[in-house]
Ligand binder design. Structure first.
Ligand code: MV4
Length: 511
């Protein structure tokens, strides 16, 4: 096992990785930009080294500086966290050349998954369903012909893209030429590569992703799914595990597809296969993320597996300490990302000094913070300051805890997304678990630009209707969960989790 690991990141994920290292008896090395001298991750580490000016491209993104620190500190491995260098194949190559272990997959794997056309070719060969479309980069003429032959709606996408950049929806052939031109120029300026491909548009999809873990002996398991459809402009807001309305059969099929995807590229480490799931429960590979993700914690909550410790173990050459049959889902977890943003002001970043910081705590609550009371939030990095992660024996309890925790969580000095989360967790559509990627735009004003001004009367009327619908949906949800738990309890003699059935029955009696 490694003796010392350098964490090439900042904020909550750097702290998260350091916690894993500490439990494993591994010493930790932090790196920090000038503006992060007093950041939480620096205070948390055993050692810390400066790496330059605040802009990431002059500090956290310079692989050579990070490697130099690793050598000077005597670190035998580097954990990249998420963002920054985590999916840069060239940085993994550099680590390999310099004899420092990169905690993640091989550089070639990152490059092949980073290019969406290559990823689609690989998945097609591996028998993983991809969205119908092309598996080649196409000229304007070829794109036009494909769309003429197939018919709209289609999505024009950048081969170098991902996360929604360089992507255009075409609902009418008349829009095609303009969409191609705009997608090409956006792809060129964002990625320096204007190659495009095209897919059929999947209507009202859900974004469901599968966590996988793989070792260097060829073993690979999946840790079930996360439901990540609650996003705003391709930024995730709330995630849940397990997903809603995912049958055991669909779960097994998607899990097997994700494992096949990982095996096809001889994946090592923690990774995620993103899928779109349509109305008919057909699913399609979208992209593979070759890093630990922000929302990994909800999977940890429902499986009991420490994903970060496992990725460190497999990077050190150890085999996975569990098999697929050892894994199961217990309860339900939800993550609310706490961003330093002003949701009432078009979600603009809200930097400043954190004057009061009192994170939620208590049963079923995990808060992974990148800040502390007195810390400064700057504009240089991602505005996510903490993750509020809750666990409950079922979805109803997780929601109850999330509502309680959102009320407990106090942050003063900066605006945060907590009030926005409170709106989400009151919404009947969220309570019903019946949402797709359109949720925020369709149901929460402010999702797309500013909310329309409303008269006081209509606002009040809407509020009453809204509350009544929310209460009704909530009661239905609870009754369903109680019935399901009672059934589970009656058939779970000897099951250590049967008290959850009793709890639900008690609630039923009290009502
Ligand atoms: C799609 C799609 C519908 N059909 N592709 C958005 C981000 C990028 N990773 C892929 N995205 C989408 N690709 C086809 N063929 C809809 C989206 C999409 C989306 C996907 C996941 C989560 C939220 C989303 C919001 C809008 C659009």
């Amino acid at each position: 096992m490694f003796e010392k690991v350098l964490i090439a990141n900042r904020g909550e994920i750097a702290v998260r990785v350091m916690r894993a290292c500490r439990e494993m008896g591994i010493k930790t090395v932090a790196v920090y930009s000038d503006v992060d001298r007093d950041a939480l991750h620096v205070r948390f580490a055993d050692e810390a080294y400066p790496i330059g000016p605040p802009p990431a491209r002059e500090s956290y993104l310079i692989g050579e500086k990070i490697i130099a620190v690793a050598k000077r500190a005597g670190a035998d491995a580097i954990h990249p966290g998420y963002g920054f260098l985590s999916e840069r194949g060239e940085f993994a190559d550099l680590c390999a050349r310099e004899g420092v272990v990169f905690i993640g997959p091989h550089g070639d794997v990152m490059r092949s998954m980073g290019d969406k056309v290559t990823a689609r070719q690989t998945m097609e060969k591996a028998g993983v369903p991809i969205v119908p479309g092309t598996t080649e980069r196409l000229s304007d003429d070829a794109l036009t012909r494909w769309v003429r032959d197939t018919g709209p709606p289609v999505m024009i996408k950048a081969a170098a893209g991902g996360g929604g950049k360089g992507m255009r929806l075409v609902r009418d052939e008349k829009e095609l030429a303009g969409a191609i031109a705009r997608a090409r120029s956006e792809a060129k300026s964002s990625f320096g590569d204007d190659s495009l491909y095209v897919e059929k548009f999947v209507e009202e999809p859900r974004h469901i992703e599968i966590q996988i873990l793989a070792d260097s002996q060829g073993n690979c398991v999946h840790l079930f799914e996360r439901e990540c459809s609650i996003q705003r402009r391709h930024q995730k807001v709330i995630e849940e595990a397990p997903g809603n309305r995912i049958s055991p059969e669909l779960r097994a099929k998607m899990g097997e597809a994700a494992v096949a995807a990982a095996k096809a590229v001889q994946y090592v480490g923690a990774g995620t296969c993103e899928f779109l799931v349509d109305k008919h429960d057909d699913f399609y590979f979208l992209e593979m993320n070759t890093r630990v993700q922000v929302e990994h914690a909800i999977t940890e909550m429902i499986t009991g597996i420490d994903i970060v410790k496992t990725m460190i173990r497999v990077a050190a050459g150890e085999p996975l300490p569990f098999r697929q049959e050892d894994l199961s889902i217990r309860g339900h977890a939800i993550e609310a990302r706490v961003y330093a943003e002003d949701a009432d002001n078009n979600f603009i970043p809200s930097p400043g000094d954190i004057l009061v910081y009192r994170p939620a705590a208590g049963p079923g609550i995990r808060v992974d913070s990148g800040v502390y009371q007195g810390a400064r939030v700057t504009v240089f990095y991602d505005p996510m300051v903490a993750k509020l992660v809750v666990w409950g024996c079922d979805r109803s309890e997780a929601i109850e805890r999330l509502r309680r925790a959102l009320r407990e969580f106090v942050v003063k000095g900066i605006k945060t997304s907590i009030p926005f989360h409170q709106k989400v967790v009151e919404h009947p559509v969220f309570l019903a678990g019946h949402y797709d990627t359109g949720f925020i735009d369709q149901h929460l004003a402010g999702g797309k630009g500013d909310p329309r001004p409303e008269s006081g009367d209509s606002r009040e009327a809407r509020r009453v209707a809204f509350l009544m619908a929310a209460i009704a949906a909530y009661q239905r949800d609870k009754a369903r969960a109680a019935a399901a738990s009672a059934v589970a309890a009656s058939s779970s003699a000897g099951d250590p989790w049967k008290q959850f059935g009793r709890r639900a029955q008690m609630r039923g009696e009290l009502r």
